[in-house]
Each structure stands twice: as structure tokens, then as C-alpha cells.
Design a protein around this ligand. Structure first.
Ligand code: ACO
Length: 322
């Protein structure tokens, strides 16, 4: 049987750090409110001239280096992003050119905060079917560009960054199962309500901003993530104690803690980066994964549960033997 195994991870964060204290000077908020409600202490924000692909490129190069794979060997590139550089070409095509390669399929996936899980699940299916042997899967966002920096209910939550993994076909176990879901009926609770073909005048006015009914999203997120934990364990016949690490989407420490509780897992088995990165949307899981791989917490052979919930609504999970 062919598995898709993670051969290497990489990540990149823009240099500029914005602390909660910095935000106190901008909107009616406090460091205490942000920490207590979200767990966030700081976030990285891209420079004005830095794009999503500018962040994706160094993250990808680090993942390729960790995997010991040359970019020319890649036969698939998928980028999960909500904040692409251009309407077209896709960020995946732009990244492909930056990496100095061409020819293999390259495309973007849009599932907001669940984007990386969607991209990983897609790449895994390419590998399992034999269509791909070495795939680059990236989550990258400059989410700061779609934030209203005068709206305290959203601007304190997000950050910019990129994470990447190289997936390789292997006889050894790797991605064990993936689970994807969406329910477009919840679009109004979390959205940027305009785009190229809908309320374009809002885009032209520079007002394409995230709107979120946070409290309602929170409740659905906690409930839904609890269900996907059950679904993943049932599908793989694994028990809670088989999981070594929870690598969750980093939206809110309270949501993460609720999922850990559902798994009867102490917080020291949970990779938490939301305090330092904020919510980087599609980038948050591969960023967290890379941090914990590089600091030695996550080791080869261990079982990881990745899960995410985001705009759409979309949600998903991946169970992985690293
Ligand atoms: N500083 C101070 N006060 C604030 C701030 C702020 N930055 N933001 C909101 N408040 C106020 C509100 O106005 C409200 O005041 P009121 O009681 O006088 O009306 C009060 O704080 C409580 O607001 P709630 O929204 O009820 O606060 P809650 O505890 O729900 O926390 C939060 C808000 C952090 C947004 C939380 O609901 C959350 O994390 N939601 C889920 C986010 C998420 O997971 N999104 C999905 C992924 S993101 C994506 O896909 C793009």
C-alpha cells in the first residue's frame, strides 16, 4: 500500500511583530481582554510590500531542505490561501516559478482556516492514486490585508505567515486518514462579504474586510471539532490514548483547550502557537507543525491529529503517523 508521508516541514514568519499593547493604541481593547479571551499575546504582520508568495517561498524552501528534495523533483504544488497575490495566476503557479521549476500541476485551494487540511487531503489522494510522488503543500496568508484595523472584534485575532510540508509516496505509514466537511449555510457568520463578482464597489473602495459573529462561530467550532475527533478515531479504529500530539488550527486557546479536553489530552501534548502567531488562517497548522518538529517535540513514528475549522463553514482533520 502506498502512503503519503511527511518528508519535511518548513515555515516562515514576517519580521514585524505587533503586540497586544501596540493594538491598545489603535482600538478600544486591552492586552488582558485579548489574552483572556483568545490566548493571543502577539502576531507577525507582513511588511507593506510583502505578499503571500513572498512568505510561501522561504517556508517551501525550508520544507524542501528538511526533506532533502530538490524543487525539480516536485510533481505537484498546492497552496492553501484566502489572500492570494493575484486574482490569477494562482499563488501555486507563482510559487512554482519562484522555485525555478515548471511543468507539474499547481493550484490553489480556498477553505479559509481549514485550507491546509483541504490541501493536504487533496495531495494525499494524488499520492495514494499514484498520480504524484512528491508534493509540496503550503498554507500561506497575508490575512492582515483583509482586516479592518479599526474593528476590535477582528483585528486583534489574526496574523500573517506561511507553513509548508513535502509529502512523499512511501511504503511506510504516513497520512492515515483525512476527513473534510463544509456547510455553506453558515456563510453569513464569518465572511468577507464582497469580491470580484459581488459587491465589487466595496473592493474598489478598499473595504474588503473580514466580518465575524465571533461568539456564534465559537459555539459551532467547539461542537463541530468535538464531532470530527470522534469521526477520525472511529474511522481509524484508534483510541484517544494512541494520539501523541494534537496540532490544531490556532484560532483561540479556548477552542484548542476544548478539543484537548475532548481527547482527554493534557495541554503539554498540544502544540500551541496562537500566543505568538495569532490566527494565521491556512498557515496556522503547518506553522505549528514545523515549530514542534524543529524544537524536537514531534518525533518520527508519533501519531498526530491535525484539525481545523473556518469560514464557509469548512472543517476537517488529518490523522498522521509522522
Ligand atoms: N477588546 C475588548 N472588548 C472586545 C473586543 C476587543 N478586542 N472584541 C470584542 N469585545 C467585546 C464585545 O464588544 C462584547 O462586548 P459587550 O458584551 O459589551 O457586547 C464582549 O467583548 C464580548 O464579546 P464576545 O464576542 O461575546 O466575546 P467572546 O468571548 O466570544 O470572544 C472571540 C470573541 C475571541 C472572537 C471568540 O468568539 C472566538 O474566538 N470566536 C471564534 C473564532 C474562530 O474560531 N473563527 C474561525 C476561524 S477564523 C477564519 O476562518 C477566517
Amino acid at each position: 500500500m502506498t502512503f503519503a508521508r511527511i518528508a519535511g516541514t518548513g515555515s516562515y514568519l514576517p519580521e514585524n511583530i505587533v503586540t497586544n499593547k501596540d493594538l491598545e493604541r489603535r482600538v478600544d481593547t486591552t492586552d488582558q481582554w485579548i489574552r483572556e479571551r483568545t490566548g493571543i499575546e502577539q502576531r507577525h504582520i507582513a511588511a507593506e510590500d510583502q505578499s503571500t508568495v513572498d512568505l510561501a517561498e522561504p517556508a517551501s524552501r525550508r520544507a524542501l531542505e528538511a526533506a532533502g528534495i530538490d524543487a525539480s523533483e516536485l510533481d505537484l504544488i498546492i497552496v492553501a490561501t484566502t489572500t492570494p497575490d493575484k486574482i490569477f495566476p494562482s499563488s501555486a503557479c507563482l510559487l512554482q516559478a519562484r522555485l525555478g521549476v515548471g511543468g507539474c500541476p499547481a493550484f490553489d485551494v480556498q477553505a479559509v482556516c481549514s485550507g491546509f487540511i483541504y490541501a493536504l487531503a487533496t495531495a494525499e489522494k494524488f499520492i495514494r492514486s499514484g498520480s504524484s510522488k512528491k508534493a509540496l503543500v503550503v498554507g500561506a496568508e497575508v490575512f492582515s490585508r483583509i482586516l479592518n484595523w479599526d474593528d476590535r472584534t477582528t483585528c486583534v485575532l489574526f496574523g500573517d505567515g506561511a507553513g509548508a510540508v513535502v509529502l512523499e509516496a512511501s511504503e511506510e505509514a504516513g497520512v492515515l486518514s483525512t476527513h473534510l466537511h463544509a456547510d455553506g449555510n453558515y456563510a453569513d457568520l464569518l465572511q468577507v462579504p464582497c469580491g470580484i463578482s459581488h459587491h465589487y464597489e466595496q473592493v474598489k473602495a478598499g473595504q474588503a474586510f473580514v466580518e465575524m459573529r465571533g461568539n456564534e462561530v465559537f459555539k459551532v467550532a467547539v461542537n463541530t471539532l468535538g464531532k470530527i475527533v470522534d469521526e477520525t478515531l472511529e474511522a481509524t479504529q484508534m483510541s484517544k490514548s494512541d494520539i501523541d500530539w494534537l496540532v490544531p488550527h490556532q484560532a483561540n486557546l479556548r477552542i484548542i483547550s476544548a478539543t484537548a479536553k475532548k481527547l482527554d489530552m493534557p495541554m503539554d501534548q498540544v502544540v500551541v502557537t496562537v500566543n505568538r502567531h495569532g490566527n494565521t488562517s491556512a498557515a496556522s497548522i503547518p506553522l505549528a507543525l514545523d515549530v514542534a518538529v524543529r524544537d524536537g517535540r514531534i518525533k518520527r513514528g508519533q501519531v498526530l491529529l491535525l484539525e481545523a475549522f473556518g469560514g464557509g463553514f469548512t472543517w476537517g482533520s488529518a490523522l498522521i503517523r509522522y
